[in-house]
Design a protein around this ligand. Structure first.
Ligand SMILES: Nc1ncnc2c1ncn2[C@@H]1O[C@H](COP(=O)(O)OP(=O)(O)OP(=O)(O)O)[C@@H](O)[C@H]1O
Length: 303
């Protein structure tokens, strides 16, 4: 189990985290979300041992994670960290980047492991290519595979699929997260993308104002967001009588007590998002078709 206990930290000019406490079980997938600058990457770096804590302790099982003041070399063998920079060897092939830390004692076994990882990150066609010639998204996949190569106990991922195009993203996410679950690798993901979280995270942790604003499973936080900040991670929302409603929880109807004026319609793929004015506020309602601006409509809250 990873234990983060009463951790506080700031850079010289910015105080970033205040008394942070949480635990992560072996094999659990924890998603850290929060606005830009809320301290997600900083928290990952602290867990990795990149900085010295101002206060508190971080433990993985019986090992206390210590920063550079105590360790000549940053990091621990049981933990890998895929940053937003990747840090690959540009003039070396994809295969050899992935195999960088693998033993050369048994070359056949080494190659098997590389092939397995290449499958996980869906890079078969690029195995022999020099990393320098790859796109940003392809490099990100090489960095992921290399981090997995020696089966770490914990994997720290910072925006792991941010460079991957939408064509590949969904299947790649499933492949990587399923691999981690199957091998009971503890995973902590800092992300802005709800699709990295829904369907994969066991627990979410929302950072705000230097502390943990909310924590729970994706289902719990989605169904009961408690604040607009939490709801906004999942979807657009409206507030009626101090309650939060996602667009699909409101419905345009023939008649009701609520009359509104359509301001705009936005195509959403499966449906349209209708922005209406109600009591001098804008509400967002999911609807099957476009509605012309200026139309008067009635709406209701779905039961
Ligand atoms: N090396 C650093 N030196 C000084 N301040 C820093 C450093 N790195 C980050 N900060 C500051 O600490 C705060 C938290 O930054 P951090 O990168 O952890 O946020 P984040 O939630 O990961 O943001 P993003 O979602 O934009 O990646 C920000 O105010 C940032 O400007």
């Amino acid at each position: 189990m990873l234990r983060v206990e009463q951790v506080s930290f700031g850079y010289s000019k910015t105080h970033v985290l205040d008394n942070i406490n949480f635990t992560v079980e072996q094999g659990e997938n924890l998603a850290i979300i929060g606005e830009s600058g809320s301290g997600k990457s900083t928290l990952l770096k602290l867990i990795y041992g990149e900085y010295d804590l101002e206060q508190g302790q971080i433990w993985w099982k019986d090992t206390e994670i210590k920063g550079p003041k105590y360790n000549l070399v940053i990091g621990y063998g049981f933990m890998k960290y895929v940053t937003q920079e990747f840090d690959l060897m540009p003039y070396t092939s994809v295969e050899n980047n992935i195999g960088k830390y693998l033993s050369r004692f048994n070359l056949e076994k080494r190659q098997q492991r590389i092939n397995e990882l290449i499958d996980v990150v869906e890079l078969k066609a690029f195995a022999k290519r020099k990393v320098k010639t790859l796109s940003g998204g392809q490099k990100q996949r090489v960095a992921l595979a290399r981090a997995l190569a020696k089966e770490p106990d914990i994997l720290l991922l910072d925006e792991p699929f941010s460079h991957i195009d939408n064509f590949k993203k969904q299947s790649l996410r499933r492949s990587v997260f399923n691999y981690l679950k199957k091998n009971a690798i503890t995973c902590i993901v800092a992300t802005h993308d709800k699709y990295d979280v829904l369907g994969f995270a066991d627990t979410m942790l929302v950072l705000h104002d230097r502390t943990i604003l909310a924590t729970g499973s994706p289902q719990e936080l989605y169904n009961n967001p408690k604040s607009g900040l939490v709801a906004s991670f999942f979807d657009e929302f409206s507030i009626i009588n101090d309650k939060i409603y996602y667009p699909h929880q409101l419905k345009i109807t023939e008649v009701s007590d609520f009359k509104a004026l359509v301001k705009d319609s936005y195509f959403n793929g499966k449906t349209w998002l209708i922005a209406v004015e109600y009591n001098s506020r804008t509400l967002l309602i999911e609807h099957t078709t476009k509605i012309n601006s200026g139309t008067e409509v009635y709406f209701k809250i779905r039961p």
